[in-house]
Design a protein around this ligand. Structure first.
Ligand SMILES: NC(=O)c1ccc[n+]([C@@H]2O[C@H](COP(=O)([O-])OP(=O)(O)OC[C@H]3O[C@@H](n4cnc5c(N)ncnc54)[C@H](OP(=O)(O)O)[C@@H]3O)[C@@H](O)[C@H]2O)c1
Length: 285
């Protein structure tokens, strides 16, 4: 019996990144499907759970990816709903690398700044930033969710509060320099999860702030946090601890591979942000 991974991608072309990582992580056979919707997923799930006996089902697993997190979440819901009794396989959810990247970034925060922080997440409305905000809030951090739109930031805050009603989060509109400067005076860490190639924070601004930790997840020049190098991994710059996208990326890849390997150990896991973060924590300890 070989380890078979169904790669369900909501994009029309399944991600080559997710495919290669899956094969490196121990999937022996990869079945990639693109353009997966909740309706289409059900037949694929039936094909996966009815071909092997319950005692062999841990050798089949499902990875759900794609650039649209909400679409991937809807597929995940349909997938888990199609399971019944022992007829199920483990599922890993990592659309756009959001869970694995957020987990690696939050582990870096935990390493350097204890809760409650506070922490400012720039680009906090994207797949990675919103997951990072959720994980930080769950860890007891006080989180400012930054966005160019207060309304979009508020939506992320509300989504996290639905899951963790006692979480401490605030939306922050970062379009104006004054709001950003004022926030920098109050937080101990900044996690920049803005779009690729977009600078969100100038060096002049962070240099003169009391912030202790800077994490930038953008690997495409210019850097999201000016002055932070992509390869930084706990590098000291102007008295701040700095991580760049490549510095975080190594941990992200380890977590991603571990999540796939874990899915082949038993047949009843659903690995979403929190479960993936816990795997990362075990690797980190
Ligand atoms: N290091 C790694 O291993 C790794 C892995 C995956 C991803 N990444 C990187 O992590 C970052 C976050 O990924 P993602 O998919 O969550 O990003 P994303 O969805 O492309 O962008 C995140 C947020 O950035 C803001 N934004 C977009 N365009 C902007 C602009 N022109 N000016 C200012 N803000 C802008 C948007 O927030 P508002 O519109 O609300 O302001 C958006 O929600 C990316 O840079 C990605 O390349 C790194």
């Amino acid at each position: 019996m070989r380890n078979i991974l169904l790669q369900l991608d909501t994009d029309s072309l399944p991600s080559s990144f997710d495919a290669i990582t899956a094969l490196d992580a121990g999937a022996e056979v990869l079945l990639p499907y693109g353009g997966v919707t909740p309706e289409r997923a059900v037949g694929l799930v039936h094909g996966a759970i009815f071909t092997r006996g319950p005692e062999q089902l841990h050798r089949t697993a499902i990875f759900i990816g794609g650039s649209d997190v909400a679409a991937a979440e809807a597929v995940a819901q349909a997938v888990t709903k199609a399971f019944f009794g022992p007829m199920r396989v483990s599922v890993v959810l990592d659309p756009n690398g959001s869970n694995t990247t957020a987990a690696a970034a939050v582990l870096a925060v935990v390493r350097h700044v204890p809760a409650p922080g506070p922490v400012l997440v720039l680009g906090g409305t994207g797949p990675v930033g919103s997951r990072a905000a959720r994980l930080l809030a769950r860890e007891g951090y006080s989180v400012q969710v930054g966005s160019r739109s207060l309304q979009r930031a508020q939506r992320v805050v509300e989504a996290v509060l639905l899951k963790y009603p006692k979480a401490r989060l605030q939306p922050l509109e970062t379009a104006g320099a004054d709001a950003l400067r004022s926030a920098l005076g109050q937080v101990r860490a900044v996690l920049a999860a803005g779009a690729a190639g977009v600078q969100l924070l100038s060096q002049e601004m962070w240099q003169s702030s009391p912030v202790e930790l800077l994490i930038d997840l953008n690997a495409v020049p210019p850097a999201g946090i000016q002055g932070v190098q992509a390869t930084d991994k706990a590098a000291q710059r102007e008295g701040k601890v700095c991580y760049g996208a490549v510095g975080i990326g190594g941990t992200k890849m380890k977590i991603h591979r571990r999540a796939i390997a874990r899915a082949f150990e038993q047949n009843d896991l659903v690995l979403d942000a929190e479960e993936i973060y816990e795997l990362g924590r075990q690797l980190d300890s």
